[in-house]
Design a protein around this ligand. Sequence first.
Ligand SMILES: [Zn+2]
Length: 397
Amino acid sequence: MVDTLRADHLTPYGYEVQNTTPVLQAMVDGPGGQVYHGMLASSPWTKPSVATLFTGLDPRDHGVMRLVGKGSKLKNDHTLGAEFGRGGYTTGCVMSNFLLSKRMRSGYDRGFDFYDDTVANKKDPHRGSTAVNISNSGMEWIRKQSGVKPWMLVLHYFDPHASFEDIAEVDWVDPSYDGWVVGGATTDMLREQESSLTMADIAALHAYYDEEIFETDHQIGRVFEFLKQQGLWENTVVVFTADHGEELGERGHIGHTQTLRSELVDLPFLVRIPKDYQDAWKMPESAGGGYAMRQIYPALLTVAGLPLPEGRSLEAPDFLTTQVDYVPVRKEHIEKYVQKRSLRKDGLQYILDTRSGEELLFDLTSDPQMMTPLPSNHQGWESMRALIDEPVFWEEY
Ligand SMILES: [Zn+2]
């Protein structure tokens, strides 16, 4: 899992500006590789989305939607780690996001035998490239496994999250660019500059972001090589995804949490299923198109031959949902308080801002970047408005 990784910057999703992910491309091109299109994040930021991955539940059911206070802790007993543990697996997670560290007592370590959050606890977790540490810790843990019990390991990478570092191995920023965007620009700098971005600034942001994706891909490749050397590759299912994407200035914002548009909620979902497990791998598509993030957890248990706890289903819902109710902790950031709900069905996406009442409708087929809202006389409004009141959303406003 990679924090803050939007699907459209990956080679398997047709990104052509740079070859950001040669390792993942080789994985999906190889035997058992597959690219899924239309995996929708349950929310455009870390806590609710990772809770969905770790519980197989939408935010309404796992209850995590806030940074602090009510709705900020993962309390479910049937986490991915717990269920694999019950099924006889040894379980591990190498966690890079400080919000999910044990120190924060947010419950994301529940059920894992091993939870290494060393990287998440470093002094300034936003700075520097840490993908190498995540891979090293994961490989060290795998090396310690006996070979008798099966294992399940989550590697959580942080590099594409701000700040965007200058990676030594690649130079993708236009050499003639001389604006304020530099490798490692702090999150406060990004916030200060976001309302006055030039096209050249935006291009530089994308380039540094891509460099960090490249480094992450390279480090994931080291784990794959290690698995091959250890003779484990043909017996290991690999599932690759993200928690949410990133706005890189396209709409005057840098960061995540503020909208429910494609760059924040369209996730990569790539798998590599060895021959012996292909019959057990299932990921049914929604009747309205695409995949719900909460299907990943039951797909993992199912391919491992483990039972699903109550309330989980491999089946896709008829329509997909994503939402945000993000209350910033610092008072000076109160303009970032955002409450939105969204539905996706039959190639349309509807977004309701529950604070302002603003409604938007997009045609994802003709406008996948969601740049131009559809007019008020479009035939899709009625069916979407009818669904927005269904009790499928987290409610603790
Ligand atoms: Zn995140």
